[in-house]
Design a protein around this ligand. Structure first.
Ligand SMILES: NCc1[nH]cc(CCC(=O)O)c1CC(=O)O
Length: 322
């Protein structure tokens, strides 16, 4: 038999973390694929990742790249799964051999959000009182906010979104900094007190977009995924991820980004900051969208030329010691 025309199409197995946000994202992708390919079958299989299991240690101290992705990747490598849906910002810039970023879906708001305790419901980030306790587990948010608001106190906060919000509402914090995108996807847009301007906080690389990973040689899945691809988001993601790769930072270093596309022009602002918020290096480049990755490298080189490498080296040493 040389033809497989009559054999039934294989079921496509989508691997997902079990967190509420991961499931919302995965079911959204499943629904989109089903819409484009009504004759195909797409199943979802859930699994726990290391990042889901370790909840009592600050993320920056676990320090592992791929904390939220490794188990899903093993599933694809072992062929018990065919694709995995990630928050793009949780996906390391270097993927395991044999796997690729098959598709980037349309980005929603990539900004960070201020979420406040009820007693601050008339406040914005710049009117919160001196000594306000701000919860964040992101070194990027910590460094940028310290730089602009040295009079706040910062406290780590872990757990899924609902757990974090409960800790805020219980009075453990005055405010939290969270991604607008995560709140929006979980139907909690009303908790966004303020979208933090990019002048204050540049978002994480890839924030607000979904990245779908699959086997590099699975042409069938790659073809299915191309139906979900959003070109402008893909260009922005390529530029941002190349910038991060060049700076050799995982998700747990204070590196921020902001990209916009107007016509054919991609404009990219990036920053690297020290943990104490004392030093912050920021610059902007722009060029044709077709040169997205080169723009990311160019921006990284410029920041390195202004001292970014020293800052990052210090941070890696600090994390290792703690
Ligand atoms: N690090 C956790 C994480 N990974 C993805 C999101 C949601 C935002 C997104 O999809 O970019 C969040 C929560 C947050 O940062 O508040």
């Amino acid at each position: 038999m040389t033809s497989n025309v009559s054999s039934p199409a294989r079921t496509i197995r989508i691997a997902s973390r079990k967190s509420q946000l991961a499931l919302v994202q995965t079911y959204w992708v499943q629904e989109q694929l089903q819409k484009h390919f009504p004759e195909r079958q797409f199943d979802v299989e859930t699994m726990s990742t290391k990042g889901d299991k370790i909840l009592d240690v600050a993320l920056s101290k676990i320090g592992d790249k791929g904390l939220f992705t490794k188990e899903l990747e093993l599933g694809m490598i072992n062929k018990t799964a065919d694709l995995a849906v990630h928050s793009l910002k949780d996906l390391p810039t270097k993927l395991p051999d044999g796997l690729v970023l098959g598709c980037v879906t349309e980005r929603i708001n990539p900004a960070d959000a201020l979420v406040v305790h009820a007693k601050h419901k008339d406040k914005q980030i710049d009117t919160l009182p001196e000594g306000a306790v701000i919860g964040t587990s992101s070194l990027r948010r910590l460094a940028q906010l310290r730089y602009h608001f040295p009079h706040f106190e910062f406290k780590d906060v872990r757990g899924n979104l609902n757990t974090r919000l409960a800790k805020l509402d219980d009075g453990g914090y005055d405010a939290l900094i969270l991604a607008v995108a995560g709140l929006e996807r979980l139907g909690m847009r009303d908790r966004v007190q303020q979208t933090i301007p990019s002048e204050i906080s540049l978002h994480a690389v890839g924030q607000g977009a979904l990245g779908i990973e699959c086997r590099a040689d699975d042409t069938e899945v790659l073809e299915l995924l191309s139906a979900l691809e959003h070109k402008p988001t893909k260009y922005r993601a390529l530029a941002e991820r190349e910038f991060l790769r060049e700076l050799e930072g995982g998700c747990q270093v204070p590196i921020g980004a902001n990209t916009t596309i107007e016509g054919e022009t991609l404009t990219f602002t990036g920053m690297v900051a020290s943990l104490d918020g004392q030093r912050l290096i920021r610059d902007t480049v722009s060029g044709n969208v077709s040169t997205a990755e080169a723009l990311g490298r160019d921006l990284a080189d410029r920041l390195k030329g202004q001292g970014a490498q020293e800052i990052l080296a210090e941070i890696f040493a600090q994390i290792e010691r703690s």
